[in-house]
Design a protein around this ligand. Structure first.
Ligand code: SF4
Length: 353
């Protein structure tokens, strides 16, 4: 059942044109006005304040505040990337939402590591779609010993095609992180997925601390950490806010927000889809808790937000994944590029660190 409170109509043009004192002067409720002031100053709101907003703030006010914070810190610039699954399926781990886990009977067809020409073709296509970066993603717990250098070679191919190189290869140690930094990986995705207090409901084959150790190795190597989660698994609002507070504590630079796309054969196959308005509320609360982090709306965007996708940016998102996801199709990149143009948003060509 939706936890979305009743709200008023979307923000009016008058609200959008409000001056530099956007809080009480235009009638925001005090809690939203306080959150806006704090986040505009670059201070994320507390977990307690976030929980209050999540539960009771009108959605139009939350969107107004989150959109102002995005504009203040990022202007009209978006950071988008494309991802490519270089090895799919047969994962040893049992993450309950994931089609690639070898523990679940899904339709995913496993592949070995993609060859170099295929990676180069995908990088060229990403460039044609105006992505400035491409992330290579592999299923599995982490890059196994001797094969690690094979992954490095594929990442170097992306670099040589003129794109910023992002990677998501699972758990890695400090030596792996240093090697990736040396070859030019600027961003590494490794999600915490959910709050520590909910993680045991998602995965039992590795622990939250394993994921934190990888994030620490990345930090030490100077690689930007792209770390967020997936929502709609049955987690509570307290647990959503707990995750955001953990990301704030870690100083995470990029936060992907995924919405569950229930995959037949996985333990979460029968979970109901998140209502679009609740999904927007999650993005807005994360924006107010993490005012200076990039927030990218990723998997499940089209399915969950549907016609409300443009509101993701009002809710504070600073990017999306262009093109397809790992095991599900995204919409054609051209549709997103037209949406950005119509919203007056521009794709950044530089790397935000
Ligand atoms: S989310 Fe990653 S670690 Fe978990 S099952 Fe899927 S591929 Fe494996």
């Amino acid at each position: 059942m939706s936890t979305e409170p009743e709200t008023r109509n979307p923000p009016s043009p008058r609200l959008r044109q409000a001056g530099p004192d956007p809080g009480t002067a235009i009638g925001l409720s005090p809690a939203v006005a306080r959150a806006l002031e704090s986040a505009l100053a670059g201070r994320g709101i507390s977990a307690e304040a976030a929980l209050e907003l999540a539960r009771s703030a009108p959605l139009d006010e939350l969107l107004f505040a989150a959109g102002r914070v995005r504009e203040a810190h990022f202007g009209n610039r978006l950071h988008c990337c494309s991802i490519l699954s270089v090895k799919t399926g047969r994962c040893s781990e049992n993450c309950g939402f994931c089609a690639q886990s070898g523990h679940h009977a899904t339709d995913v067809r496993p592949t070995e590591l993609l060859d170099d020409p295929a990676v180069r073709r995908a990088a060229q296509e990403a460039r044609d779609n105006r992505a400035s970066a491409m992330g290579l993603v592999s299923s599995g717990c982490g890059p196994a010993g001797a094969h690690f250098e094979d992954y490095c070679a594929r990442l170097e191919s992306v670099r040589d095609e003129g794109l910023s190189v992002h990677a998501s290869l699972g758990l890695i140690d400090a030596a792996h992180a240093r090697r990736l930094a040396a070859l030019g990986v600027t961003v590494y995705n490794h999600n915490l997925e959910s709050a520590r207090s909910f993680f045991g409901e998602i995965c039992t084959t590795h622990g939250y601390d394993d994921r934190l150790a990888t994030l620490e190795a990345l930090r030490e190597a100077g690689i930007a950490r792209c770390c967020g989660g997936i929502f709609g698994l049955g987690e509570s609002w307290e647990q959503r806010v707990e995750l955001a507070a953990e990301l704030a504590r870690l100083g995470i630079e990029r936060v992907p927000i995924n919405f569950l796309h229930p995959i037949p054969g996985t333990p979460f196959e029968n979970r109901p889809l998140l209502p679009a308005r609740e999904a927007l509320r999650i993005v807005a609360v994360f924006r107010l808790m993490l005012p200076k982090a990039l927030i990218q709306v990723c998997g499940g965007r089209e399915l969950v937000l549907g016609h409300l996708q443009p509101l993701a940016f009002a809710a504070g998102a600073t990017g999306v994944i262009l093109g397809n996801y790992l095991t599900t199709k995204g919409r054609p990149a051209i549709e997103d590029l037209v949406m950005f143009r119509d919203l007056g948003l521009e794709l950044a060509t530089d790397e935000h660190r």
